[in-house]
Design a binder for this molecule. Structure first.
Ligand code: LUZ
Ligand code: MOS
Length: 760
């Protein structure tokens, strides 16, 4: 590693995070006038005739205020889908829905008052299970079906057919910083909100709607976030709206920071899914057809469920080629907090079913899973079941490289696993490799746009504003690199500023792995225009033709050689000559489209591919499951920052393993979250991740579809964690033959149940 890659000066964000100096929402807004807001939740999962009695809370202290739906000056609506109220009004649809908001100058007083607010009404029996909701016709929208070829014919002509059911559980985002916002109305008729949100413009629209203001009167800023993982794509909005309403009503600044337990109980998580699948194979293991019916547990309101279901349907085939596919899905309405975006956004749920189909196909045919997988990997020129012809995909190259490395490993290879199982009676191991091809772009084509505003300051420092939100994923660093490169200045000259709707309007959430792609490109375009303008001035100064000049690392070059003119000098001269030193840049991903009527199109700009092999070990006596080794070959394109990419890949893999093996959301019969703390909800930690992980990121194939040849990296590696499920299942099979259940997560508890005869 070169020194260049460990200089913290290049990563101001990371250094501040590391030193604990980053300011989060809870660190902001402190003033003697500040009011603290505490939400009052509905006590049961479903009901009508909602009544809020605040008298006891108000009697506690004259400084206490309590707001309800009746206090909303604009519309009591927050979701863009229009179905979700800010305050439950009349009816309620999940436990933990906000019924009232308590404001008080002291946070303890606000909590005590909140506990005294009585929320009552007529309870109704809740529905928690998606299949039960489906059976009752409780759907949040029409079911969707994607088709290719003739699956019926494929099943008739197949040598082998396997079928099964595959269920995957939800997942808590577990961001370090809980949902938070602080609002103030410093000028009459205007509202300013600092929100821990991935989408300041989403919050801006909702605040404007709730307060009945034009968007131009609402300024929303996202500072650096303490993590989000999708949990703040749509669901930062209610908390920001509540603070804005509080500030609007009282004329004082209002802050709301959810307690961890409230955040766990009141906010949405990854969608649990239940699915039925059927897969057809030829005698040599070639896939002929796939059918999947997904029952998505969408929760009580739409939120982002349509987009999540869409991505599930698009990824139904995993990284495999199927000549015939039918993928159908329904958003099932249940009385749980609306499930929402979570890293992977419906993709992991689809990849899990695809791997379950591989495992079941291997069981039914006797052909090793790896043979089936290798034979059917997606290749350039293949058409997906929605009609996109893929290019630049390399699951095969990644697979072969990984297989080669695993074969030589003392832990990862099939021979090593078999040897362990021969020698060890009390622990058994299993291995699995998953191939991944994850589509990059928001599946909703409209969302694939971003803007940037770049100011060259008179001293030569550069301010870059974009719609991207830095949440620890390194997007600010990547935009810094892309901007510096496009301008031809050292990286340290470029400051990527906090994200604000006043400087970058009409943005979409930083999500779908494409924050750097979209915003890096928008910033690059602005920087390229500024560079051309400044080189025009340099041409005058040097008496040269602009075409012979270039800028690199802060020096003007003429015919490739230093022309004796530095960046600062050039900027000063341009400023003196009244040259505009500001520029707006815009990027909209070209060439993507999708036709909802025919369910066909080319929704993704490109795919991110890779393969991951996991070896898991199960303790035959206790059922404890652990990972003992893993290797990843990931196709990464040209790096904007290799350290950021490696961190994203490792972090996403850990998060995927947590989903596959540990994280188990449990609800009581009344819809109450039983796992409402990190003592009962188990997250992957340093001890769990304490195994050798060989991460290789291929850099030999630049990506022509993103900034400077780079590839998106945020979500695709999460899918690698799914290999952990099937590795653990293989270990269970080695201990007691027959393990063929697909019910993620595969916790130690479940493993023990199987080993002691609980599971068939
Ligand atoms: N968010 C979204 C996403 O609104 N649309 C998407 O397609 C998406 N994909 C991944 C993650 N977040
Ligand atoms: Mo997301 S799941 O907000 O990229």
């Amino acid at each position: 590693m070169t020194r260049d890659h460990i200089d913290p000066g290049d990563r101001p964000e990371s250094l501040q995070n590391l030193l604990g100096r980053t300011l989060y929402v809870d660190d902001l807004g402190e003033s003697a006038r500040l009011l603290h807001a505490v939400p009052v939740p509905t006590p049961t999962a479903r009901g009508e005739d909602l009544r809020v009695d605040a008298s006891a809370a108000l009697a506690l202290d004259p400084s206490v205020a309590v707001l309800t739906a009746a206090d909303v000056p604009g519309e009591n609506r927050i979701s863009e889908a229009d179905d979700e109220p800010l305050f439950a009004d009349g009816t309620w649809a999940y436990r933990g829905q906000v019924a009232a908001l308590v404001l008080a100058p002291d946070p303890c007083l606000a909590r005590r008052a909140a506990a005294l607010v009585r929320v009552e009404g007529r309870g109704l029996p809740p529905v928690l299970d998606p299949r039960e909701a489906f059976a009752r016709g409780e759907l949040l929208g029409p079911p969707r079906t994607l088709r290719r070829g003739d699956p019926e014919a494929a099943f008739r002509s197949a040598a082998y057919v396997a079928r099964g059911r595959a269920d995957s559980g939800g997942q808590e985002h577990a961001y370090l910083e809980t949902q938070a916002a602080v609002a103030s109305s410093e000028e009459p008729g205007r509202m300013r909100v600092v929100s821990s949100t991935q989408g300041p413009a989403v919050v801006q629209r909702a605040v404007a709607r709730v307060l009945g203001l034009p968007a131009s009167a609402v300024d929303v800023e996202a500072p650096r976030l303490g993590g989000a993982f999708g949990g703040k794509e749509d669901q930062a909005t209610p908390w920001a709206c509540l603070t804005a309403l509080g500030a609007w009503t009282t004329g004082r600044p209002v802050k709301l920071v959810l307690r961890r337990r409230d955040d766990l109980a009141m906010t949405g998580k990854r969608h649990p899914y239940s699915a039925d699948f059927r897969v057809a194979l030829a005698a040599d293991g070639t896939f002929l057809g796939l059918e999947v019916d997904y029952y998505q547990n969408a929760g009580a309101y739409l939120d982002l469920s349509p987009g999540v279901l869409g991505r599930t349907l698009l990824h139904a085939a995993g990284a495999y080629r199927f000549p015939a596919v039918r993928a159908a899905g329904s958003m099932c309405r249940t009385n749980l907090p609306p499930f929402t975006a979570f890293r992977g956004f419906g993709g992991p749920q689809a990849f899990f079913v695809a791997e379950a189909a591989v495992a079941a196909a291997s069981e039914a045919s006797g052909i090793p899973a790896a043979v089936i997988q290798r034979r059917n990997l997606l290749r350039d020129g293949d058409a997906t079941h929605y009609g996109q012809v893929v290019s630049g995909v390399r699951p095969e190259a990644c697979w072969d490289r990984l297989a080669d490395a695993a074969g030589k490993s003392a832990v990862l290879g099939d021979a090593a696993v078999a040897a362990h199982n021969r020698e060890s009676r009390l622990s058994k191991r299993g291995a699995w490799t998953i191939p991944v091809a994850f589509g990059i772009s928001f599946t909703k084509t409209m969302m694939n746009q971003a803007g940037a505003l770049v100011h060259v300051q008179a001293d030569g420092s550069v301010s870059v504003h974009t719609t991207a939100v830095e949440m620890g994923q390194g997007v600010a660093r990547k935009i810094q690199v892309a901007s510096a490169r496009a301008l031809g200045v050292p990286e340290a000259r470029v400051a990527v500023q906090r994200t604000r709707t006043e400087t970058a309007a009409n943005g979409f959430p930083t999500a779908a792995s494409c924050g750097s792609d979209l915003n890096g490109m928008a910033a690059s375009r602005a920087c390229a225009a500024l560079k051309a303008r400044l080189l025009g001035r340099a041409a005058d100064l040097l008496g040269a033709a602009a075409a012979e000049l270039d800028l690199a690392a802060g020096r003007v070059l003429r015919g490739g050689a230093d022309a004796g003119l530095g960046w600062e000098e050039l900027v000063a001269a341009a400023y003196a000559a009244r040259v505009d030193l500001s520029e707006h840049g815009f990027y909209a991903t070209p060439g993507i489209f999708y036709d909802a009527a025919t369910e066909t199109g080319s929704p993704f700009a490109y795919f991110v591919c890779g393969c991951c092999r996991v070896v898991a070990e199960v303790d035959v006596v206790s059922g404890a499951v652990k990972v003992v080794g893993a290797a990843i070959v990931h196709d990464g394109g040209t790096a904007l920052d290799p350290i950021v990419d490696a961190g994203q890949a490792e972090g996403a893999f850990a998060q995927g393993l947590g989903w596959a093996l540990l994280e188990d959301l449990r609800y009581g019969p009344a819809g109450e979250l039983l796992t409402d703390s990190f003592s009962t909800y188990k997250l992957p930690d340093a001890a769990f991740m304490d195994f050798p992980l060989a991460l290789e990121i291929l850099r030999d194939q630049p990506n022509g579809k993103a900034v400077l040849g780079s590839r998106a990296v945020g979500e695709p590696p999460l899918m690698y964690g799914i290999a952990g499920y099937f590795a653990a299942l293989a270990a269970l099979k080695a201990a007691r033959p027959g393990a063929g259940f697909y019910d993620l997560p595969l916790t130690g508890e479940k493993a023990l149940g199987y080993l002691t005869g609980g599971f068939a």
